[in-house]
Design a binder for this molecule. Structure first.
Ligand SMILES: NC(=O)NCCC(=O)O
Ligand SMILES: [Zn+2]
Ligand SMILES: [Zn+2]
Length: 450
């Protein structure tokens, strides 16, 4: 049985033998819930570096005590078989609580049956679909209709990766033909409109299928606007998730002349213009977005090298599960955009409610799971790849010296031929400007239950 919180209050009668932890001056908060991680998954010809041990170890180091990972079946593979594989991988390694969403990466009547089985027999209540990754995980609109209709029948929630995969595919062909092969091509192939169109389309399909909806990793102001329209005009039950990466760094890194540096920032949808971070924090603060996740999906440098001559082959993904909460605190609470209660809502409580973990998780109350973060709002920590708990030696939140960042030639980025020949060696990441205050001092505290 999981330890639960026995009592909350003043002047408590403490049972003998209880270990006391002095939390004077600290905030006692529900442990973070990160509803979007990819541990030990194969994608784009590589396997993620963080496995369920290292990934959850990094989570706990940053104050997150529950993660929700994604089962991603191959096209044609049984969903139940893939789910069992994921359970097998995770169960023996995780060092915090975890749950699973299941991807629907192909469609047939047998998939529908398996979705029902996953809900009824395995407690799955969320299914992820992709509008991007053409020729691998992408579904067409007709298939999306079926998945959403089935989710509505099962009272499950569809999670959507919203980008227009067909436009991305065509833009990629054109960029490559024009000689744009470097990581900057990744962002050029999928601008904000490509994301916002898909957010709008996903909302329309969900509305037609009478289904609630959750859009994962919203990365742009245009996408937030599309979501806001659906939530207000249509009064649709639509939830929006953004990422620590969106508020902790930006798309200027795609212009770094160092391939290793630029490729390390490649994820989808891509990082946007620097002013996006403030707008996304504002959206989180005002409930246009409800949840911040990490989409932790780390790859070793040798794997990112797969796209050295073709940006569309760079395995997509960045770190974030460890730094998510501190980045949010720094960018939202320390700036005054958000109070600590909203911080708890977007980093823990809203995810607990959306994914049916409430009332066990996401709150500090008698009877809830005793997953607590003790948070010191005065302590400072420097983000660094040397000190983090991930399996990779790069951290997108580590600040590099701007003087050593060499912008890629403008004509290259706009579709002309890229400058060949010697290019400056990019920055070896130098520590350590970003000061994320308030690391949790102790992460997973089990208060003795009755
Ligand atoms: N987001 C990303 O670039 N990588 C992970 C896979 C996904 O969520 O699309
Ligand atoms: Zn995605
Ligand atoms: Zn993801």
């Amino acid at each position: 049985m999981f330890p639960t919180i026995g009592q909350v209050g003043r002047n408590l009668i403490i049972p003998g033998g209880t270990r006391t932890i002095d939390a004077t001056g600290l905030l006692v908060m529900p442990g973070g819930i990160d509803p979007h991680t990819h541990f030990e998954v194969e994608m784009m010809g590589a396997k993620t570096a963080d496995d369920f041990y290292k990934g959850t170890r990094a989570a706990v180091a940053g104050g997150t005590t529950t993660v929700i990972d994604f089962v991603l079946p191959e096209k044609g593979q049984s969903l139940i078989e893939a789910y069992n594989n994921w359970r097998q991988r995770a169960d023996s390694k995780v060092c915090c609580d975890y749950a699973l969403h299941v991807g629907v990466t192909w469609w047939s009547p047998s998939v529908k049956k398996e979705m029902q089985q996953l809900v009824e027999e395995h407690g799955i209540n969320s299914f992820k679909v992709f509008m991007a990754y053409k020729d691998s995980w992408m579904l067409n609109d007709y298939e999306l209709c079926h998945v959403m209709e089935t989710c509505a029948e099962l009272k499950a929630l569809p999670l959507v990766h919203a980008e227009n995969g067909n436009i991305i595919a065509r833009n990629t062909e054109k960029l490559l033909a024009a000689g744009v092969t470097g990581p900057e091509g990744h962002a050029l192939s999928r601008d904000e409109e490509v994301e916002a169109e898909a957010v709008n389309r996903a909302c329309v399909i969900a509305n037609q299928m009478k289904c609630p909806l959750y859009i994962v990793h919203i990365m742009s102001k245009s996408a937030v606007q599309a979501l806001r329209l659906a939530r207000t005009r249509q009064k649709q039950p639509v939830f929006g998730e953004t990422l620590a990466a969106t508020i902790g760094t930006d798309g200027s890194h795609y212009g770094n002349a160092c391939y290793r540096h630029a490729a390390a920032h490649v994820l989808s949808p891509p990082l946007r213009a620097p002013h996006t971070a403030e707008a996304i924090v504002d959206a989180l603060a005002h409930d246009d977005l409800q949840i911040i996740a990490s989409d932790n999906c780390t790859f070793h440098e040798k794997d990112k090298e797969l796209g050295k001559n073709n940006f569309s082959k760079i395995p997509n993904g960045v770190n974030g599960v460890e730094d998510r909460m501190e980045i949010l605190w720094q960018k939202a609470v320390n700036t005054g955009a958000m109070d600590p209660c909203r911080f708890v809502a977007v980093s823990s409580a809203c995810a607990a409610r959306v994914f049916n973990l409430w009332p066990r998780k996401g709150r500090v109350a008698a009877g809830a799971d005793a997953d607590l973060a003790l948070w010191d709002p005065r302590r400072e920590r420097t983000v660094s790849a040397h000190a983090h708990h991930h399996a990779v030696d790069f951290n997108i939140f580590e600040v590099t010296d701007p003087a050593r960042v060499q912008p890629v030639a403008a004509q290259g980025a706009r579709g002309g031929r890229r400058r060949r020949g010697p290019r400056a060696v990019g920055p070896a990441p130098r520590a350590h400007r970003l000061r994320a205050r308030a690391p949790p001092r102790r992460r997973l505290q089990h208060i003795r239950g009755d």
